[in-house]
Design a protein around this ligand. Structure first.
Ligand code: ADP
Ligand code: DP6
Ligand code: CO
Length: 342
């Protein structure tokens, strides 16, 4: 590993990065090793373009603790999780400086829009550069995975697969790009039905599911087949096949979580009504399908020609507060440091 510490005028190690959230078409839910954050199943996602996290990290010699501002506020639990992630980078670089972290999401945080994915992909990307660590994208993906599983996938753009991996140390449980965004430029309409943070975060939700849901083993046993169908559909640009396997994986993940005790109900009424609208559109021949993560927002994935019709249909659903519109985007990348607080 090469190290070239990049210091600014005051001797601080500083860098800023942007990453975008990704949405899983074949879902990740469940851990086989909580400490290393290894998944019980592989998963497959698309990285978005217009939603983003921007993060600046400065390591300050002599500073003992990390100081974090997330969306202009500081929260103890969020800071602890960021410190755990920075500790992995500090161990790799052999430094123990505390850091100043400033991060912003331009979309609701902890609400089922994958803020942990873009958040930790951006943090690992910026933190590694600030420390002068030269890491491959796969090494960054493995580190991001340890902080939040879905973050492994946001290191890359376009269509991305995160491997289950075989090794006990988890070094092969990395994400890899499957197809460029430009090769099949689908669009996504995101129906926001609540901006509140979810009551049960994804980490806690999947632990509870593994402990109590009777469907856990069926979930694990059927995932490889789903991944294989989705992979082929993506490589063949077969929209109908991707629509059918993606809705299946989404509803199967929610069925698994609904059957936990107490049951995990991430939807509200508007989420369900949006699902019906999307299916009605598809029955009329519109190329669109839905997916929903651990939160009440519905993502409608569609052909570019259908985006205006899909947005109009979702806007019309009572309880939908806003409809965002995005294409597929690139992976984590460097940005100017003055952009974060702008
Ligand atoms: P989501 O559906 O938004 O991914 P999660 O429950 O998986 O929800 O994770 C939310 C948590 O991710 C937040 O409570 C916070 O700890 C962390 N997080 C969100 N945004 C950022 C960010 N920009 N930088 C670092 N951590 C973040
Ligand atoms: C429903 O990656 O947020 O969005 O690894 O505990 O941080 P942790 O969980 P997280 O879980 C995401 C779950 C999901 C499905 C997915 O993104 O694959
Ligand atoms: Co998350």
């Amino acid at each position: 590993m090469n190290r070239e510490p990049r210091t600014d005028a005051s001797g601080e190690l500083r860098a800023a990065s942007q990453a975008q959230p990704n949405i899983a078409l074949i879902k990740y839910w469940g851990k086989r090793d909580a400490a290393l954050n290894l998944p019980v199943v592989g998963s497959l996602s698309i990285t978005l373009e217009s939603l983003w996290t921007r993060t600046e990290v400065r390591f300050v010699p002599g500073q003992k603790q990390d100081r974090v501002s997330l969306n202009g506020r500081s929260d103890e639990a969020e800071t602890r999780r960021i410190t755990k992630c920075l500790d992995l980078l500090r161990a790799r670089a052999g430094v123990d400086h505390g850091a100043e972290v400033a991060s912003r999401n331009n979309f609701p945080t902890a609400a089922g829009l994958a803020s942990s994915a873009s958040g930790f992909a951006a943090l690992v990307h910026a933190g590694a550069r600030a420390l002068g660590l030269t890491l491959s994208l796969e090494e960054q993906s493995v580190l991001a995975r340890r902080c939040s599983g879905s973050a492994a996938r946001s290191i890359f753009g376009g269509y991305v697969e995160w491997a289950h991996g075989k090794l006990v140390d988890g070094t092969d449980s990395t994400a890899r790009p499957l197809l460029d965004a430009a090769a099949w430029p689908l669009r996504v309409a995101v129906a926001i039905t609540s901006t509140a943070a979810k009551q049960i975060g994804s980490t806690e939700g999947m632990l509870r599911t593994a402990e109590t849901s009777p469907y856990q083993s069926a979930w694990i046993d059927t995932q490889e087949a789903d991944l294989s169908v989705a992979r082929s559909a993506i490589l063949a640009h077969d929209f109908d096949a991707l629509a059918s396997i993606s809705e299946y994986s989404c509803l199967k993940m929610h069925a698994l979580a609904l059957a936990a005790q107490p049951g995990l109900l991430y939807w509200n009424g508007a989420t369900v009504e949006c699902m019906h609208r999307v299916r009605a559109l598809r029955q009329q021949g519109v190329p669109v399908f839905f997916t929903v993560d651990a939160g009440p927002q519905l993502k409608a994935v569609c052909a570019p020609s259908a985006i205006e019709q899909v947005k109009a249909a979702l806007r019309d659903v009572p309880g939908v507060l806003d409809v965002l519109d995005t294409g597929l985007g690139e992976g984590a990348r460097a940005i100017a440091t003055d952009i974060v607080e702008a």
